[in-house]
Ligand binder design. Structure first.
Ligand SMILES: *[C@@H]1O[C@H](CO)[C@@H](O)[C@H](O)[C@H]1NC(C)=O
Ligand SMILES: *[C@@H]1O[C@H](CO)[C@@H](O)[C@H](O)[C@H]1NC(C)=O
Length: 139
């Protein structure tokens, strides 16, 4: 029989494992968080849009303040993984981005639902999906 302490310890490990094992089965690519990582850096370095990283990892809070060292992140779901991305620079606007990245504005907005229709809420360091086809996100 387990002692109470052993049982509690096992329960805690099981809970941690459940959190750590949170990658979806249909995860196309993954990344393990390092100390001092930020969502913007992960997005920029690994070509995953700000929207997609948040969509696929609902455990990340809105300010991206709760990343844990060693935490596995899914970067994209198979069939819904935009890998064509652009990191917004100071002074960018949607006209510049659509021209330079050769993507229709309607497609840019469809693939980045976090961007408002007049693009007034984009910010330097944000990563946009600039694929020129609409990614079939299901959630
Ligand atoms: C994470 O990606 C690596 C390849 O980079 C792969 O070997 C591994 O199976 C993936 N893990 C999961 C849980 O999908
Ligand atoms: C991200 O995209 C750039 C530009 O296409 C490419 O050079 C780079 O290798 C990509 N990085 C990763 C991690 O896929």
């Amino acid at each position: 029989m387990f002692t109470r302490v052993q049982f509690v310890t096992l329960a805690v490990f099981a809970a941690i494992s459940a959190v750590r094992a949170a990658l979806p089965a249909n995860c196309a690519r993954n990344y393990t968080v390092h100390l001092f990582d930020t969502c913007n850096e992960i997005s920029a370095d690994l070509n995953v849009s700000t929207y997609q990283l948040a969509l696929v990892n609902p455990q990340i809070d809105a300010g991206c303040d709760n990343l844990g060292e060693g935490e596995p992140l899914c970067l994209g779901i198979t069939g819904q993984d935009c890998t064509t991305t652009y990191v917004i620079q100071t002074g960018d606007n949607c006209d510049l981005i659509t021209t330079n990245e050769n993507v229709a504005r309607s497609t840019l907005l469809a693939n980045n639902p976090n961007v408002n229709s007049d693009c007034s809420n984009i910010y330097p360091g944000e990563v946009l999906c600039t694929a020129n086809t609409v990614v079939p996100y299901t959630s």
